[in-house]
Design a protein around this ligand. Sequence first.
Ligand SMILES: [Zn+2]
Length: 352
Amino acid sequence: MTRTVACLDGLDPDYLDAHPTPAWDRIADEGATGVCDGLVPSLTNVNNVGIVTGRRPEATGVTANTFLDDGERVYVEDARYLGCETALAAAADRGADVVALVCKEKLRRLVGAGGVAAASAQEPPDWLTDLAGEPPGIYSGAASAWLLAAAAAVAAERDPDVLYVSTTDVVPHKHAPGAAAAGEWVAALDEGLGRLHGVGPVVAVADHGMNRKRRRVDVEALLADAGVAAETVRCIRDRHVYHHQNLGGAAYVYADDPAAARAALADAPGAVVLSRETACERFRLDPDRVGDLLVLGDEQTVFGPIDGPERVDEVDLRSHGSVHERRVPYLASTGAALSASVEAFAAAGVGQ
Ligand SMILES: [Zn+2]
């Protein structure tokens, strides 16, 4: 029997309110559903690693998509940045057959650490395409449905003990709750969960929510204007700019004089500035993996460079990264699975 944990990328609770989810509701009737707090910065790799380890970022070391490692910008996209073993690797060590299916290679290298049979839709191995067919492009709206269908095929044919599947948030970045494309995506997630529930217990949870963003603040330029020597790292920044344009609601600022940097950002609209100490205490982050300051956006603010003299301008996009996208829905098909997941989430700092 396959036990499945599904991470539904970017499934803001609002999508479940806006669209019918018959399978979700049926599973919830015999198990449980609700909304809980994910990890901050509210990013895919931070929360996927939180889920597969059951630990907070202070233990996992995954606090962003990018950080400054001894002054050098690095992408957090392989297992060398993992500060602890994943529960998937521990299960594989005990002899369990553990499979992890994710969208992108960067996540495969993180959640697939250890003896896990891990594969991505980006570069699927033959054993996966033999079971599930060729995937659509990773930026297509159909990628999430393919991943869940692939997971169901793996469960039926290979019958692993543990199956982790993580979808992609390309649709919620582009389409608000209520939009037709959002409805198709939610229906596909729902159908996929229903199929997985047919082969064993299922726990599903989103990694982060999603909000419409109307304001962009150029933190880097504000610091330069004030003559503060600093480096700004947007936490969401990765190699995949298509769906979020590297604009998100969290940034780390590295500065020789953090007090001067804080003063330079004091009047920035829609920005809350936390010291490293406060950020690490509040969000249980690894102090070696965050900036001297953590800048968090309000519900409608993202951070990024602006061409021209403006330091603040209007945008219209959907993104995440701040505390305002930390509320996520969860679903568990059994009480036992739920208590295990709640324990894991409490350990990850996801509970209140
Ligand atoms: Zn995203």
